[in-house]
Design a protein around this ligand. Structure first.
Ligand SMILES: C[S@@+](CC[C@H](N)C(=O)[O-])C[C@H]1O[C@@H](n2cnc3c(N)ncnc32)[C@H](O)[C@@H]1O
Length: 314
């Protein structure tokens, strides 16, 4: 059963690949609504450390921990600090780690968090407490930085036009709300045939920038994989191509494949460093039609998993 508020994506597949065992020590790096955490704890009498940078998720985690005395430990922090956060509690080895990236529906659907262009709210978009808000970025960065951000993190082709409109508008009045920003974007970008709101890509870019999401993922993969014992598994669910590219490259390198290596070209497989992991998912797993119908958020999800080798190949 999932908590109302966030329907976990690819839950059965992710937990099956994590394969929690009795007595094992696991990490859920993105606790969110606790859907994954609960499923892991129900699957085997194991211990789970859960991290989230969002204090609201931590409160939900504390409530869930009461149902699993001594088995669920919830820590507020970022996944780029895993070694410090877990090390502070004496956790230096894991049997598995899972990351279900991005925002939760709790965050997205709460107008006061400022993630959604569909509902009016403060232009915030912070998952945690510490960083600058989206309004801070939109009101201060230069036009060219803004354009680059929208292009690189949102794949927004009209990035220059939007950046220009934002900078021109903020000269007379700074941006404070989501609908204010969405309105300015819509005034310079027409909806295309896909029916996607013209503000979608810019809001994605801003969210990624505000939360420094791509650097977070890189650090999380490096640190969690370091903690995995032989046979330990790393499972990652990503939601857009920028995230998946990082995961794919990291996994390929860990499995000793050069970036872009193909099993059809054996020479390319030997070009990387000695493999430390074996890939459990050749191509990423995706949600089936029934899940996508039930939960449209699953549409773009990709799941990758790998397992630490018992012995490093010579
Ligand atoms: C998609 S939700 C996870 C949902 C969860 N698997 C479930 O079943 O309910 C992602 C969660 O990860 C958290 N998160 C995202 N990036 C993070 C980071 N860099 N450090 C810590 N938490 C992060 C978000 O705050 C959010 O609560």
């Amino acid at each position: 059963m999932s908590e109302p508020g966030h329907i976990p994506v690819l839950l059965d597949e992710a937990v099956a690949l994590l394969n929690p065992r009795a007595g094992g020590l696991y990490l859920d790096g993105t606790f969110g609504g606790g859907g994954y955490a609960r499923a892991i704890l129900e699957r085997a009498p194991c211990t789970l450390w859960a991290i989230d940078r969002d204090p609201a998720a931590i409160s939900r985690g504390a409530a869930l921990a009461e149902n699993y005395p001594g088995r669920l430990h919830v820590v507020e922090g970022r996944i780029s600090e895993i070694l410090d956060l877990l090390g502070a509690h004496g956790v230096t080895a894991l049997h598995g780690a899972v990351f279900d990236l991005g925002v939760s529906s709790y965050q997205l659907d709460d107008p006061s968090r400022g993630f959604s262009f569909r509902q009016d709210g403060p232009l915030d978009m912070r998952m945690g407490r510490a960083q600058k808000t989206a309004a801070d970025l939109v009101n201060t960065v230069s036009e060219s930085e803004l354009a680059d951000m929208l292009f690189q993190l949102g794949d927004e082709k009209a990035s220059r036009r939007i950046a220009k409109a934002i900078v021109s508008r903020r000269a007379s009045q700074t941006f404070e709300t989501t609908s204010d920003l969405a309105g300015v974007i819509r005034s310079v970008v027409r909806p295309d045939k896909s029916g996607i709101d013209p503000a979608t890509r810019s809001f994605q870019a801003l969210r990624i920038a505000v939360n420094d999401e791509l650097s977070e993922i890189e650090a999380a993969l490096a640190q969690s994989s370091q903690l995995l014992i032989p046979g330990g598994r790393l499972v990652v669910v990503s939601f857009h191509s920028l995230e998946d590219r990082i995961v794919k490259r990291f996994f390929a390198a860990a499995a000793g494949r050069a970036p872009g290596a193909s099993r059809h070209d054996p020479a390319s497989l030997q070009a990387g460093a000695a493999p430390q992991f074996r890939l459990l998912t050749g191509s990423p797993a995706a949600a089936g039609a029934a899940e996508v119908k039930r939960n449209p958020r699953a549409r773009s999800a990709k799941l990758r998993a790998m397992e630490r080798l018992s012995r490093v190949a010579a």
